[in-house]
Structures are given as structure tokens and as C-alpha cells.
Write a protein that binds this ligand. Structure first.
Ligand SMILES: NC(=O)c1ccc[n+]([C@@H]2O[C@H](COP(=O)([O-])OP(=O)(O)OC[C@H]3O[C@@H](n4cnc5c(N)ncnc54)[C@H](O)[C@@H]3O)[C@@H](O)[C@H]2O)c1
Length: 432
């Protein structure tokens, strides 16, 4: 493919615009990284508000400082809703959502929509990279098909790769460029083009033999997490029955220098990835007559966690001679994990519904989430000494660093801790 050397030259000389489709938790940090590496970056998103926000130099994502967006803006980064500008890009990177539909089947409509809108403007010599998490075969079956309407042939006229995003939102230790990036190309030329693109912005790029292998790698990583979280949640339930502190056990096990990786139990799983991605494989595996039993089992255990925690809340209140139906409960933290503002699939939402269904008068505090709609219609309350004393029970769901745990320990009447924050035994602290 004669275009390969030209493409690589354009990347190394930075004479290449990078178009990123979907400026969310994944697309925006990637756009900023390419901009910081000297590329001209155009972000394309269907959400006009997000586009306007970014063009005004704001990120709209709590852990991504506005200054980074403003600096990128000053260096030429621009956001737009106009897919017609696709022709400007040398590389086109797709970072749009891949949720499940109401039947818990893969919903590739965002990916298909993006590819279909790119197709009329696709030019020979461009590289298309899919980053959205999905089942093996999506790049070669779905994206390639949608782009075929351009009349161009993948691997001959344009480069096609899959390179999964491994972003860990809010993790300061691993910014985008420090996380090794997997890349699988449709042909060896596609792979080489993909390696050149990502190698210009990411410290370590790991080639694999095909887009399918890259798609499966991402799923293995997330399934590994979900299964191990399911396992440790089950261990927590057993330990709790036996009067053993699971966090003490995990800390002790983690001293083994090989063969053990610590996973931590919690109130359930959340976020856009871990509760969803594994079921992409479940769906695709059916086509091959295979059942994904570990995924289903982990899903069952993890999904049951909010109910299990609710039962511990009821038990704790009962021990204090109180009923849930007449209790005031403060939920601490509603984001799906600590130090971020993401509510998607957060177990806190189900917990709040369960507590309210049980008659409790609930309130919540989360420095990252000012309000919660989702049929709950609540606004975050400030934590104070007086405030804490006024609740019958405080339920710690998300262990944000910003919480004053000493204040909480000292003034809450009763605490149910789902994160193992309060390690020392105490009459008024229940671990769940
Ligand atoms: N959030 C994470 O931590 C994370 C980590 C790894 C992988 N992923 C994967 O990355 C993908 C994107 O996730 P996200 O968290 O960034 O989602 P997000 O919802 O934060 O952002 C997606 C963006 O895409 C835009 N969009 C929707 N349809 C579009 C279209 N047709 N064209 C252009 N833009 C469109 C939306 O307006 C939104 O701004 C998903 O497949 C997800 O599974 C996410």
C-alpha cells in the first residue's frame, strides 16, 4: 500500500490532523494527549452542548482540568458536530459509547452511526481506528461494512485498526500516555500505520495479530476484573457470616509476593465498562454455541450486592432497635467509584431505590455529584457534625478521599461501611 510511507511521514512530521469521534471520558483525554504531542486535533461529537463547552475551553469532566482543554484550544484543538470535516483528518479515531440494549444485548448503534457518517467523507490514505469496547469481529464485520459504502477498500485504500481504550478515569498514576496501548490491524500495513499513530502519543504500543485479538484482549481484561470482583464479593458474604473481616484477609493475602492479586469487595459494580462489556462476549459467544458461565455467575453475584448491603443495613438498624421504615439514612458517595463524578450503573442508585422502597427517609452526600435524578430527585447535602448526628444510619457507598472520615466516625450514630474504610472494630460500625 503506497500510502503507508506517506501516512507515517505525516505522523512523524505532525503534518496530520487527528479526528476523534466522541469526546467523552475516553475521547477527550485522548484528544488532549494528541494535542499535547503536537498534533492538530479535531473532536467530532453529536452533542452540541459538549462541543460548545470544549470550544469554550472547558472539559465538563471533573478529573480533567479545564486548563488542559484551554491549552489544547490555544494549540489548535477544536470541537465540531460537522462530520463533513472528516476529510481533514489523517487519522479517524472512534470513541463512542457501546452500551447494552434493554435485552442486555450489544447496542452498536453509536458505532454504526459514526461509521456511516464518516463513510461519505472517507479518503484514501486515511486511518480508521475503533477504540470503543466491543466483541471480537466488530471492526472487521460492522465497521468495515459500514465504511464499504465509501467505495474504498479497507487494507487497500485506507487503514483499519482496533485499539482498545484502557482509560482509568481519575487515576493520576496512569495518565493516557503511560498506559500501554494494544493495536490490531486488518493487514500488516494497517497495523504498521496504527503503530505509527499511537506510537507518536503513547509510550508503549503493543501489536497483536488482528483486530479480533485486540477486541478479545480488552474483554479478557474486563472479564478478569468482573470475575475476580464477583469472587471477592462472594468471599465477603461468607466471611461476614463467619465473623471474619474480609479486608483483613485480603491485606494478609496480598503479602504473598506471587500468584495473588488483591481485588476488593464493595456494594456492587458500576461504570460504563465492567458491568456491561462482559455481556458483549456472552452475546457473541452464543453464535459459536458457547456459554460464558463465569461471566453470568459473576454478574449474578455482583448484581445481588446492593440487596445484600440493604439487608445488612436492616440488620444494623434492628440491632439498634430501629426499623428501616422509620429511619433517616445518609448515603455517602454515589459515584460508581472514588474520586470521580460518574454515576453510570452506580450501585448507589439501586441501593437508594431499595432503601426508599423499604420506607427509609434517604439523603446523600457526594462532593462530585451535586444532584441525582434517576427517579430519586435528590440533591447532595453537606456533611457536618450536627448533620451526621441527625441520621439513624450512615451508609458509606463510595470512599471518596474528600470525605472527612474522622468526623464521620466520631459523629455518626451508626455506620455501614461497604468499602472497608473503617478498619478498627467498633460497636457502631458494621462492615458490609
Ligand atoms: N469510561 C471509561 O472509563 C472507559 C474505559 C475504557 C473503554 N471505554 C469504552 O470507550 C467507549 C466510550 O466510552 P466513554 O466512557 O468515553 O463514553 P461517553 O458517554 O463518556 O462519551 C461518548 C461521547 O460520544 C458522543 N457520541 C455519541 N454518538 C456519537 C456519534 N455517532 N458520533 C460522534 N460522537 C458521538 C457522545 O455525545 C459522548 O460525548 C465505550 O465503548 C466504552 O466502553 C470507556
Amino acid at each position: 500500500m503506497g500510502n503507508l510511507e506517506t501516512f507515517k511521514d505525516r505522523i512523524s512530521s505532525r503534518d496530520a490532523k487527528v479526528c476523534i469521534y466522541g469526546l467523552g471520558y475516553v475521547g477527550l483525554p485522548l484528544a488532549l494527549r494528541f494535542s499535547e504531542c503536537g498534533f492538530n486535533v479535531l473532536g467530532i461529537d453529536v452533542n452540541e452542548e459538549r462541543v460548545a463547552l470544549m470550544n469554550s475551553g472547558k472539559s465538563g469532566i471533573d478529573h480533567l482540568p479545564d486548563e488542559r482543554v484551554a491549552k489544547a484550544r490555544a494549540n489548535g484543538f477544536e470541537a465540531s458536530t460537522d462530520f463533513g470535516r472528516t476529510g481533514e483528518g489523517a487519522a479517524l479515531i472512534i470513541c463512542v459509547p457501546t452500551p447494552l440494549n434493554r435485552y442486555r444485548e450489544p447496542d452498536l448503534s453509536y458505532v454504526v452511526n459514526t461509521a456511516e457518517r464518516i463513510a461519505p467523507h472517507l479518503r484514501a490514505g486515511q486511518l480508521v481506528s475503533l477504540e470503543s469496547t466491543t466483541y471480537p469481529g466488530t471492526t472487521e464485520e460492522v465497521v468495515q461494512d459500514a465504511l464499504a459504502t465509501s467505495g474504498l477498500v479497507a487494507g487497500e485504500d485506507y487503514f483499519l485498526v482496533y485499539s482498545p481504550e484502557r482509560e482509568d478515569p481519575g487515576n493520576a498514576k496512569f495518565p493516557t500516555h503511560k498506559i500501554p496501548k494494544i493495536c490490531g490491524g486488518l493487514t500488516s500495513g494497517c497495523l504498521e500505520a496504527g503503530m505509527a499513530l499511537y506510537g507518536a502519543a503513547i509510550e508503549h504500543v503493543v501489536p497483536v495479530s488482528s483486530p479480533r485479538a485486540a477486541e478479545m484482549t480488552k474483554l479478557l481484561e474486563n472479564i478478569h476484573r468482573v470475575v475476580n470482583i464477583g469472587l471477592v464479593n462472594e468471599m465477603k458474604v461468607i466471611a461476614s457470616r463467619m465473623g471474619i473481616d474480609i479486608h483483613e484477609v485480603i491485606d494478609a493475602a496480598a503479602t504473598k509476593p506471587f500468584g495473588f492479586t488483591a481485588y476488593y469487595p464493595g456494594p456492587g459494580i458500576g461504570g460504563h465498562c465492567i458491568p456491561i462489556d462482559p455481556f458483549y462476549l456472552t452475546w457473541k459467544a452464543r453464535e459459536f454455541g458457547v456459554h460464558t458461565r463465569f461471566i453470568e455467575l459473576a454478574g449474578e453475584i455482583n448484581t445481588n450486592m446492593p440487596r445484600w448491603v440493604t439487608d445488612r443495613v436492616i440488620d444494623a438498624l434492628n440491632s439498634a432497635g430501629k426499623a428501616m421504615s422509620t429511619s433517616k439514612i445518609l448515603i455517602l458517595g454515589v459515584a460508581y467509584k472514588k474520586n470521580i463524578d460518574d454515576l453510570r450503573e452506580s450501585p448507589a442508585l439501586e441501593l437508594m431505590h431499595l432503601l426508599r422502597a423499604g420506607g427509609a427517609d434517604i439523603a446523600y452526600s457526594d462532593p462530585y455529584v451535586p444532584e441525582v435524578a434517576n427517579g430519586l430527585d435528590l440533591e447532595s447535602v453537606e456533611i457536618s457534625e450536627e448533620g451526621l448526628k441527625s441520621y439513624d444510619l450512615v451508609l458509606l457507598v463510595t470512599n471518596h478521599d474528600a470525605f472527612d472520615y474522622d468526623l464521620i466516625r466520631e459523629h455518626a450514630q451508626l455506620i455501614v461501611d461497604t468499602r472497608g474504610v473503617f478498619r478498627e472494630a467498633s460497636d457502631h460500625i458494621v462492615k458490609a
